[in-house]
Design a protein around this ligand. Structure first.
Ligand code: SAH
Length: 368
Protein backbone atom coordinates (compact mmCIF):
# COMPACT_ATOMS: atom_id res chain seq x y z
CA UNK A 1 0.00 0.00 0.00
CA UNK A 2 1.64 3.31 -1.04
CA UNK A 3 1.36 6.42 1.22
CA UNK A 4 -1.49 7.97 -0.78
CA UNK A 5 -3.43 4.70 -0.62
CA UNK A 6 -3.05 4.67 3.21
CA UNK A 7 -4.08 8.33 3.43
CA UNK A 8 -7.21 7.81 1.30
CA UNK A 9 -8.12 4.58 3.10
CA UNK A 10 -8.03 6.45 6.43
CA UNK A 11 -10.23 9.20 4.97
CA UNK A 12 -12.66 6.63 3.61
CA UNK A 13 -12.80 4.79 6.97
CA UNK A 14 -13.80 8.07 8.61
CA UNK A 15 -16.13 9.51 5.95
CA UNK A 16 -17.31 6.60 3.80
CA UNK A 17 -16.69 6.17 0.07
CA UNK A 18 -15.56 9.16 -1.98
CA UNK A 19 -16.82 10.13 -5.42
CA UNK A 20 -14.76 9.15 -8.45
CA UNK A 21 -14.06 12.86 -8.98
CA UNK A 22 -12.67 13.19 -5.45
CA UNK A 23 -10.51 10.11 -6.00
CA UNK A 24 -9.19 11.50 -9.30
CA UNK A 25 -8.45 14.85 -7.71
CA UNK A 26 -6.50 13.22 -4.87
CA UNK A 27 -4.54 10.96 -7.24
CA UNK A 28 -3.55 13.77 -9.61
CA UNK A 29 -3.28 16.78 -7.33
CA UNK A 30 -2.40 15.65 -3.79
CA UNK A 31 0.43 18.07 -2.91
CA UNK A 32 2.67 15.37 -1.42
CA UNK A 33 1.84 12.25 -3.41
CA UNK A 34 -0.21 13.34 -6.46
CA UNK A 35 0.71 12.17 -9.93
CA UNK A 36 1.61 15.57 -11.43
CA UNK A 37 3.39 16.74 -8.28
CA UNK A 38 5.70 13.76 -8.11
CA UNK A 39 6.22 12.23 -11.52
CA UNK A 40 7.87 13.02 -14.82
CA UNK A 41 4.83 11.82 -16.69
CA UNK A 42 5.24 13.04 -20.24
CA UNK A 43 7.68 11.38 -22.63
CA UNK A 44 10.41 13.78 -23.74
CA UNK A 45 11.57 13.73 -27.32
CA UNK A 46 13.80 16.80 -27.39
CA UNK A 47 17.00 14.79 -27.10
CA UNK A 48 18.03 16.61 -23.92
CA UNK A 49 16.35 14.18 -21.60
CA UNK A 50 15.96 10.43 -21.51
CA UNK A 51 12.53 10.60 -19.89
CA UNK A 52 10.39 7.71 -21.07
CA UNK A 53 7.30 9.06 -19.28
CA UNK A 54 3.90 7.41 -19.12
CA UNK A 55 2.33 8.98 -22.20
CA UNK A 56 3.26 11.15 -25.16
CA UNK A 57 1.46 14.30 -26.26
CA UNK A 58 1.26 16.10 -29.62
CA UNK A 59 3.91 18.75 -28.81
CA UNK A 60 6.32 15.93 -27.99
CA UNK A 61 5.43 14.04 -31.16
CA UNK A 62 6.65 16.90 -33.33
CA UNK A 63 7.92 20.47 -33.18
CA UNK A 64 5.45 21.22 -36.00
CA UNK A 65 2.51 21.05 -33.59
CA UNK A 66 3.68 23.94 -31.40
CA UNK A 67 4.95 25.88 -34.40
CA UNK A 68 1.54 25.84 -36.07
CA UNK A 69 -0.17 26.85 -32.82
CA UNK A 70 2.36 29.70 -32.57
CA UNK A 71 1.52 30.86 -36.08
CA UNK A 72 -2.19 30.60 -35.20
CA UNK A 73 -1.58 32.86 -32.19
CA UNK A 74 0.28 35.47 -34.23
CA UNK A 75 -2.43 35.49 -36.89
CA UNK A 76 -5.21 35.71 -34.28
CA UNK A 77 -3.41 38.53 -32.45
CA UNK A 78 -3.19 40.55 -35.70
CA UNK A 79 -6.88 40.00 -36.41
CA UNK A 80 -7.71 41.14 -32.86
CA UNK A 81 -6.00 44.45 -33.62
CA UNK A 82 -2.56 43.69 -32.14
CA UNK A 83 -3.40 44.50 -28.51
CA UNK A 84 -0.27 45.49 -26.56
CA UNK A 85 0.55 44.35 -24.00
CA UNK A 86 -1.40 41.11 -24.06
CA UNK A 87 -1.20 37.88 -22.08
CA UNK A 88 -0.17 34.72 -23.92
CA UNK A 89 -1.31 32.00 -21.54
CA UNK A 90 -0.88 28.25 -21.69
CA UNK A 91 -2.80 25.98 -19.35
CA UNK A 92 -0.99 22.82 -18.16
CA UNK A 93 2.16 23.19 -20.27
CA UNK A 94 3.66 19.81 -19.31
CA UNK A 95 7.33 19.89 -20.30
CA UNK A 96 7.01 23.33 -21.92
CA UNK A 97 7.62 21.95 -25.36
CA UNK A 98 4.58 23.51 -27.04
CA UNK A 99 5.35 27.01 -25.75
CA UNK A 100 8.98 26.58 -26.78
CA UNK A 101 7.96 25.80 -30.37
CA UNK A 102 5.24 28.48 -30.35
CA UNK A 103 7.66 31.21 -29.29
CA UNK A 104 10.29 30.10 -31.78
CA UNK A 105 7.74 30.22 -34.61
CA UNK A 106 6.38 33.55 -33.35
CA UNK A 107 9.83 35.12 -33.49
CA UNK A 108 8.96 35.82 -37.13
CA UNK A 109 6.93 38.69 -35.69
CA UNK A 110 9.08 40.61 -33.16
CA UNK A 111 6.22 42.97 -32.33
CA UNK A 112 4.08 40.01 -31.24
CA UNK A 113 6.86 38.82 -28.95
CA UNK A 114 7.49 42.30 -27.55
CA UNK A 115 3.80 42.64 -26.69
CA UNK A 116 3.37 39.15 -25.20
CA UNK A 117 3.41 38.56 -21.44
CA UNK A 118 3.86 34.79 -21.35
CA UNK A 119 2.11 33.21 -18.38
CA UNK A 120 1.96 29.48 -17.68
CA UNK A 121 -0.84 28.07 -15.54
CA UNK A 122 0.77 25.14 -13.77
CA UNK A 123 0.26 23.66 -10.32
CA UNK A 124 3.14 21.16 -10.33
CA UNK A 125 6.43 22.57 -8.98
CA UNK A 126 8.26 19.70 -10.61
CA UNK A 127 6.84 20.49 -14.05
CA UNK A 128 7.37 24.24 -13.55
CA UNK A 129 11.10 23.54 -13.16
CA UNK A 130 11.15 21.47 -16.36
CA UNK A 131 9.21 24.21 -18.19
CA UNK A 132 11.65 26.86 -16.95
CA UNK A 133 14.65 24.99 -18.28
CA UNK A 134 12.93 24.31 -21.63
CA UNK A 135 12.05 27.98 -22.09
CA UNK A 136 15.07 29.71 -20.62
CA UNK A 137 17.22 29.49 -23.78
CA UNK A 138 14.61 31.54 -25.66
CA UNK A 139 15.33 34.52 -23.43
CA UNK A 140 11.68 35.56 -23.12
CA UNK A 141 10.55 36.39 -19.61
CA UNK A 142 7.95 33.90 -18.36
CA UNK A 143 5.82 33.83 -15.24
CA UNK A 144 3.74 31.14 -13.59
CA UNK A 145 0.40 31.17 -11.81
CA UNK A 146 -1.60 28.40 -10.13
CA UNK A 147 -4.99 29.21 -11.56
CA UNK A 148 -6.67 31.04 -14.42
CA UNK A 149 -8.11 33.57 -11.96
CA UNK A 150 -4.55 34.80 -11.35
CA UNK A 151 -3.85 35.66 -15.01
CA UNK A 152 -3.04 39.36 -15.55
CA UNK A 153 -5.80 41.80 -16.36
CA UNK A 154 -5.29 42.38 -20.11
CA UNK A 155 -6.34 40.97 -23.50
CA UNK A 156 -5.52 37.28 -23.47
CA UNK A 157 -4.72 34.49 -25.92
CA UNK A 158 -5.20 31.16 -24.16
CA UNK A 159 -4.00 27.80 -25.46
CA UNK A 160 -4.30 24.40 -23.82
CA UNK A 161 -3.40 20.94 -25.07
CA UNK A 162 -4.49 17.88 -23.07
CA UNK A 163 -5.38 20.03 -20.09
CA UNK A 164 -9.15 19.51 -19.80
CA UNK A 165 -8.86 15.72 -19.68
CA UNK A 166 -6.78 16.01 -16.51
CA UNK A 167 -9.49 18.00 -14.68
CA UNK A 168 -11.59 15.67 -12.49
CA UNK A 169 -15.02 14.52 -13.69
CA UNK A 170 -17.98 12.71 -12.17
CA UNK A 171 -19.46 9.44 -13.34
CA UNK A 172 -23.06 8.30 -13.01
CA UNK A 173 -24.23 4.70 -13.49
CA UNK A 174 -27.69 3.25 -13.95
CA UNK A 175 -28.37 0.57 -11.36
CA UNK A 176 -31.68 -1.02 -10.40
CA UNK A 177 -33.39 1.42 -12.76
CA UNK A 178 -31.92 4.48 -10.96
CA UNK A 179 -29.01 6.74 -11.83
CA UNK A 180 -26.42 6.87 -9.03
CA UNK A 181 -23.05 8.59 -8.68
CA UNK A 182 -20.01 6.33 -9.01
CA UNK A 183 -17.87 6.23 -5.89
CA UNK A 184 -14.65 4.63 -4.74
CA UNK A 185 -14.44 2.40 -1.69
CA UNK A 186 -11.40 1.23 0.22
CA UNK A 187 -11.91 -2.28 1.65
CA UNK A 188 -9.95 -5.27 2.89
CA UNK A 189 -9.47 -6.46 -0.70
CA UNK A 190 -8.25 -3.12 -2.01
CA UNK A 191 -9.93 -0.27 -3.83
CA UNK A 192 -13.13 -0.79 -5.79
CA UNK A 193 -15.76 1.24 -7.59
CA UNK A 194 -19.18 1.35 -6.02
CA UNK A 195 -22.51 3.03 -6.74
CA UNK A 196 -23.21 5.63 -4.06
CA UNK A 197 -26.55 5.62 -2.28
CA UNK A 198 -27.93 8.99 -3.35
CA UNK A 199 -29.63 9.19 -6.72
CA UNK A 200 -28.53 11.73 -9.32
CA UNK A 201 -30.50 14.91 -9.95
CA UNK A 202 -32.21 14.21 -13.31
CA UNK A 203 -31.31 17.76 -14.43
CA UNK A 204 -27.70 16.61 -14.63
CA UNK A 205 -28.53 13.80 -17.05
CA UNK A 206 -28.92 14.17 -20.81
CA UNK A 207 -32.07 13.45 -22.76
CA UNK A 208 -32.75 9.74 -23.08
CA UNK A 209 -31.26 8.84 -19.69
CA UNK A 210 -34.53 7.27 -18.54
CA UNK A 211 -34.55 4.77 -21.38
CA UNK A 212 -30.86 3.83 -21.17
CA UNK A 213 -30.24 0.16 -20.29
CA UNK A 214 -29.04 -1.06 -16.89
CA UNK A 215 -25.31 -0.44 -16.39
CA UNK A 216 -25.15 2.62 -18.65
CA UNK A 217 -22.63 5.27 -17.68
CA UNK A 218 -22.79 9.05 -18.09
CA UNK A 219 -19.83 11.32 -17.43
CA UNK A 220 -20.27 14.86 -16.21
CA UNK A 221 -17.41 17.30 -15.71
CA UNK A 222 -18.68 20.49 -14.02
CA UNK A 223 -15.13 21.62 -13.17
CA UNK A 224 -14.15 21.52 -16.87
CA UNK A 225 -17.29 23.42 -17.85
CA UNK A 226 -16.77 26.05 -15.15
CA UNK A 227 -13.20 26.52 -16.31
CA UNK A 228 -14.29 26.97 -19.94
CA UNK A 229 -16.93 29.49 -18.92
CA UNK A 230 -14.46 31.46 -16.79
CA UNK A 231 -12.01 31.59 -19.69
CA UNK A 232 -14.72 32.81 -22.02
CA UNK A 233 -15.83 35.48 -19.54
CA UNK A 234 -12.22 36.66 -19.40
CA UNK A 235 -11.98 37.23 -23.16
CA UNK A 236 -15.46 38.70 -23.22
CA UNK A 237 -14.38 41.33 -20.67
CA UNK A 238 -10.85 41.95 -21.95
CA UNK A 239 -10.85 40.67 -25.57
CA UNK A 240 -8.86 37.71 -26.78
CA UNK A 241 -9.19 34.13 -27.99
CA UNK A 242 -9.15 30.59 -26.61
CA UNK A 243 -7.85 27.42 -28.29
CA UNK A 244 -8.58 24.11 -26.55
CA UNK A 245 -7.26 20.79 -27.87
CA UNK A 246 -7.97 17.41 -26.34
CA UNK A 247 -9.31 13.93 -26.99
CA UNK A 248 -13.02 13.54 -26.76
CA UNK A 249 -16.35 13.69 -28.57
CA UNK A 250 -18.37 16.47 -30.21
CA UNK A 251 -21.70 15.05 -29.02
CA UNK A 252 -22.57 14.32 -25.40
CA UNK A 253 -23.33 10.65 -24.98
CA UNK A 254 -23.37 7.68 -22.68
CA UNK A 255 -20.28 5.55 -22.11
CA UNK A 256 -17.37 4.93 -19.77
CA UNK A 257 -14.15 6.66 -20.88
CA UNK A 258 -12.32 6.69 -17.53
CA UNK A 259 -8.75 5.56 -18.15
CA UNK A 260 -5.49 5.07 -16.35
CA UNK A 261 -2.18 5.11 -18.20
CA UNK A 262 1.27 4.11 -17.00
CA UNK A 263 4.39 3.31 -19.03
CA UNK A 264 2.51 3.94 -22.28
CA UNK A 265 -0.06 1.23 -21.52
CA UNK A 266 -3.45 1.15 -19.94
CA UNK A 267 -3.29 0.38 -16.25
CA UNK A 268 -5.51 -0.37 -13.24
CA UNK A 269 -6.65 3.03 -11.87
CA UNK A 270 -6.87 1.58 -8.36
CA UNK A 271 -3.67 -0.48 -8.03
CA UNK A 272 -1.38 2.36 -6.92
CA UNK A 273 -3.13 5.72 -6.34
CA UNK A 274 -1.08 8.68 -7.60
CA UNK A 275 1.23 6.54 -9.71
CA UNK A 276 -0.64 6.58 -13.01
CA UNK A 277 -2.33 9.24 -15.11
CA UNK A 278 -6.12 9.33 -14.76
CA UNK A 279 -8.24 10.99 -17.42
CA UNK A 280 -11.49 10.77 -19.35
CA UNK A 281 -12.57 11.92 -22.77
CA UNK A 282 -13.71 15.53 -23.00
CA UNK A 283 -17.36 16.20 -23.77
CA UNK A 284 -16.85 19.03 -26.27
CA UNK A 285 -20.57 19.64 -26.66
CA UNK A 286 -20.72 20.71 -23.01
CA UNK A 287 -17.45 22.65 -23.28
CA UNK A 288 -18.77 24.50 -26.34
CA UNK A 289 -21.96 25.43 -24.43
CA UNK A 290 -19.89 26.65 -21.48
CA UNK A 291 -17.71 28.80 -23.76
CA UNK A 292 -20.79 30.25 -25.44
CA UNK A 293 -22.35 30.96 -22.03
CA UNK A 294 -19.29 32.94 -20.98
CA UNK A 295 -18.87 34.95 -24.16
CA UNK A 296 -21.57 35.64 -26.67
CA UNK A 297 -19.48 34.65 -29.71
CA UNK A 298 -19.41 31.69 -32.08
CA UNK A 299 -17.51 28.57 -31.04
CA UNK A 300 -15.50 26.94 -33.84
CA UNK A 301 -14.97 23.17 -33.79
CA UNK A 302 -12.55 21.05 -35.80
CA UNK A 303 -10.81 17.72 -35.69
CA UNK A 304 -7.11 18.07 -34.87
CA UNK A 305 -6.20 16.60 -38.27
CA UNK A 306 -8.25 19.12 -40.28
CA UNK A 307 -7.10 21.99 -38.07
CA UNK A 308 -3.40 21.24 -38.54
CA UNK A 309 -3.78 20.56 -42.26
CA UNK A 310 -5.68 23.84 -42.68
CA UNK A 311 -2.87 25.64 -40.87
CA UNK A 312 -0.30 24.23 -43.31
CA UNK A 313 1.04 21.07 -41.68
CA UNK A 314 2.02 19.52 -45.02
CA UNK A 315 3.76 22.68 -46.23
CA UNK A 316 5.64 23.00 -42.94
CA UNK A 317 6.66 19.32 -43.10
CA UNK A 318 7.93 19.81 -46.65
CA UNK A 319 10.00 22.85 -45.71
CA UNK A 320 11.36 21.17 -42.58
CA UNK A 321 12.39 18.04 -44.45
CA UNK A 322 13.72 19.64 -47.65
CA UNK A 323 17.38 20.07 -46.60
CA UNK A 324 17.57 16.66 -44.96
CA UNK A 325 18.28 13.10 -46.11
CA UNK A 326 15.56 10.50 -46.70
CA UNK A 327 15.66 9.08 -43.17
CA UNK A 328 14.84 12.47 -41.62
CA UNK A 329 12.12 13.11 -44.19
CA UNK A 330 10.59 9.71 -43.39
CA UNK A 331 10.57 10.60 -39.69
CA UNK A 332 8.84 13.91 -40.43
CA UNK A 333 6.26 12.10 -42.57
CA UNK A 334 5.52 9.72 -39.72
CA UNK A 335 5.06 12.69 -37.36
CA UNK A 336 2.53 14.18 -39.80
CA UNK A 337 0.69 10.85 -39.85
CA UNK A 338 0.70 10.61 -36.08
CA UNK A 339 -0.69 14.13 -35.63
CA UNK A 340 -3.22 14.22 -38.44
CA UNK A 341 -4.18 10.76 -39.73
CA UNK A 342 -7.75 9.83 -38.78
CA UNK A 343 -6.54 6.45 -37.50
CA UNK A 344 -4.04 8.15 -35.15
CA UNK A 345 -4.55 11.51 -33.38
CA UNK A 346 -6.31 13.27 -36.26
CA UNK A 347 -9.93 12.36 -35.46
CA UNK A 348 -9.93 11.45 -31.77
CA UNK A 349 -8.39 14.80 -30.87
CA UNK A 350 -10.65 17.80 -31.27
CA UNK A 351 -10.10 21.55 -31.34
CA UNK A 352 -12.45 24.27 -30.11
CA UNK A 353 -11.77 27.96 -30.48
CA UNK A 354 -13.63 31.15 -29.67
CA UNK A 355 -12.63 34.79 -30.01
CA UNK A 356 -13.99 38.05 -28.71
CA UNK A 357 -14.62 40.12 -30.73
CA UNK A 358 -15.52 37.56 -33.34
CA UNK A 359 -12.86 37.23 -36.03
CA UNK A 360 -12.23 34.71 -38.78
CA UNK A 361 -9.77 32.35 -37.12
CA UNK A 362 -7.30 30.39 -39.22
CA UNK A 363 -7.57 26.61 -39.22
CA UNK A 364 -11.37 26.40 -39.22
CA UNK A 365 -13.80 26.25 -42.08
CA UNK A 366 -15.15 29.73 -41.40
CA UNK A 367 -18.50 30.57 -42.99
CA UNK A 368 -18.20 33.41 -45.50
N1 SAH B 1 -0.02 20.37 -22.39
C1 SAH B 1 1.05 19.44 -22.12
C2 SAH B 1 0.83 18.58 -20.88
C3 SAH B 1 -0.46 17.85 -20.68
S1 SAH B 1 -0.49 16.97 -19.13
C4 SAH B 1 1.34 18.63 -23.35
O1 SAH B 1 0.56 18.65 -24.27
O2 SAH B 1 2.38 17.97 -23.37
C5 SAH B 1 -1.46 18.04 -18.10
C6 SAH B 1 -0.77 19.28 -17.58
O3 SAH B 1 -1.70 20.02 -16.81
C7 SAH B 1 0.43 19.06 -16.66
O4 SAH B 1 1.34 20.10 -16.90
C8 SAH B 1 -0.21 19.18 -15.27
O5 SAH B 1 0.72 19.45 -14.25
C9 SAH B 1 -1.17 20.31 -15.51
N2 SAH B 1 -2.31 20.40 -14.61
C10 SAH B 1 -3.17 19.41 -14.28
N3 SAH B 1 -4.17 19.88 -13.50
C11 SAH B 1 -3.94 21.21 -13.35
C12 SAH B 1 -4.63 22.27 -12.67
N4 SAH B 1 -5.74 22.04 -12.01
N5 SAH B 1 -4.13 23.50 -12.76
C13 SAH B 1 -3.00 23.76 -13.46
N6 SAH B 1 -2.30 22.80 -14.12
C14 SAH B 1 -2.76 21.54 -14.05
Amino acid sequence: MNPLHSKLARLCAANGPMTLGEYMHACLADPGHGYYATRDSIAATDGTSATAGDFITAPEVSQMFGELIGVWCVDTWHKLGRPSPFCLAELGPGRGRMMQDMLRAASLDPEFLRSARVVLVETSEKLRAIQASALKPLGHSISWVNSIEALPDMPTLIVANEFLDAIPFRQFVKQGGLWREVGVNFGEDGIAMTALATTVDPALLPEGAASEPEGSVFEYAPAREALAQTLAQRISARKGAILLIDYGHFRSGFGDTFQAVRNHASSDPFSAPGECDLTSHVDFERIASALAAGCDCAVHPSSQGDFLLNLGLLERAGALGAPHPDAVRARIRSEVERLAAPSQMGELFKVLAISCPEIEMAGFDNPN
